[in-house]
Design a protein around this ligand. Structure first.
Ligand code: IPD
Ligand code: CA
Length: 264
């Protein structure tokens, strides 16, 4: 049986090649291929090409594994392992020339984000030049240096969030922001959920919250946070239609959950 470390090595190798391709295509100029759920939700030709590269490499290395990708959908496997892939997380940043975007690749066991166990993950930030990785029970790293989450200090928590592409949900997102600002030192909206989660794992951000993330946005980043000693949580709340993701230290996640879900 393949170990989480071997899966993580494979994720790193493929995320590196995919990141180089994304970067090269960006330098050549971006072509918008389509809009998805809304006008703001764009997909570029590069998203599709990068995902195709990742899928080809994974199929060659691990033909019996399943696949779940943002652009090309699902492929079933027989090994019990599924690769969950976001070829370019932060597509709007990518398309507009903001350098914060990432390739996110995770290997998970089990079906669906509520039941799966993440085994390995890599988040490559190709413009910044950082490769975040984690293997289950083996820790989280950035370019070989061990990661450890931060505990918010007296000045309050440095938090990050994101807003979905559907303008009709923005008022609700801002209401959520209002609920957590009393404990925040400041708030970031970087534009790449995978990178936000990697930064929580690295202790650069204290915490992160966002409604409506997709599995490929958080599969690798959630493992990074957990392997860096933190907590990643998707609380069930009947009144929150867009499922909430929380990350940070166990204490901070509990506080964010309490504040956000209270009277929602
Ligand atoms: C998006 C980014 C963004 C988050 C959105 C995601 P995409 O992913 O992670 O930070 O706020 O919810 O959809 O579309 O750029 O791959
Ligand atoms: Ca994404």
């Amino acid at each position: 049986m393949i170990s989480p470390l071997e899966l993580s090595d494979l994720a790193i190798e493929i995320a590196r090649e995919a990141g180089e391709l994304a970067r090269r295509r960006r330098a050549e100029g971006v072509t918008l291929a389509a809009t998805k759920s809304s006008l703001a939700d764009i997909v570029t030709d590069a998203d599709r090409e990068v995902e195709a590269l990742i899928r080809t490499r994974l199929t060659a290395a691990r033909p019996d594994d399943g696949f779940l990708g943002e652009e090309s959908g699902t492929g079933s496997g027989t090994s019990g392992i599924t690769w969950v892939v976001d070829p370019i997380d932060g597509t709007v940043n990518y398309a507009t020339g903001i350098p914060l975007y990432a390739v996110s690749i995770a290997a998970v066991e089990g079906v669906g984000p509520d039941d799966w166990t993440a085994l390995a993950g890599a988040v490559n930030s190709p413009v910044v030049g950082e490769m975040f990785s984690a293997a289950r029970h083996e820790g989280a790293y950035v370019d070989g240096a061990r990661l450890r989450i931060a505990e918010a200090g007296e000045a309050g928590a440095l938090l990050a969030t994101g807003f979905g592409y559907d303008p009709s949900t923005h008022a609700g997102d801002l209401e959520v922001v209002g609920r957590v600002m009393p404990i925040a030192r400041d708030l970031r909206r970087g534009g790449s959920a995978a990178t936000d989660l990697a930064y929580v794992a690295a202790g650069r951000l204290d915490g992160y919250f966002e409604r409506g993330l997709q599995p490929w946005d958080f599969a690798a980043g959630a493992l990074l946070v957990e392997e860096a000693g933190g907590r990643f949580l998707r609380p069930e709340a009947p009144t929150i239609i867009r499922r909430l993701c929380l990350a940070g230290s166990a204490d901070l996640v509990a506080e964010l959950e309490r504040r956000i879900l209270q009277e929602t």
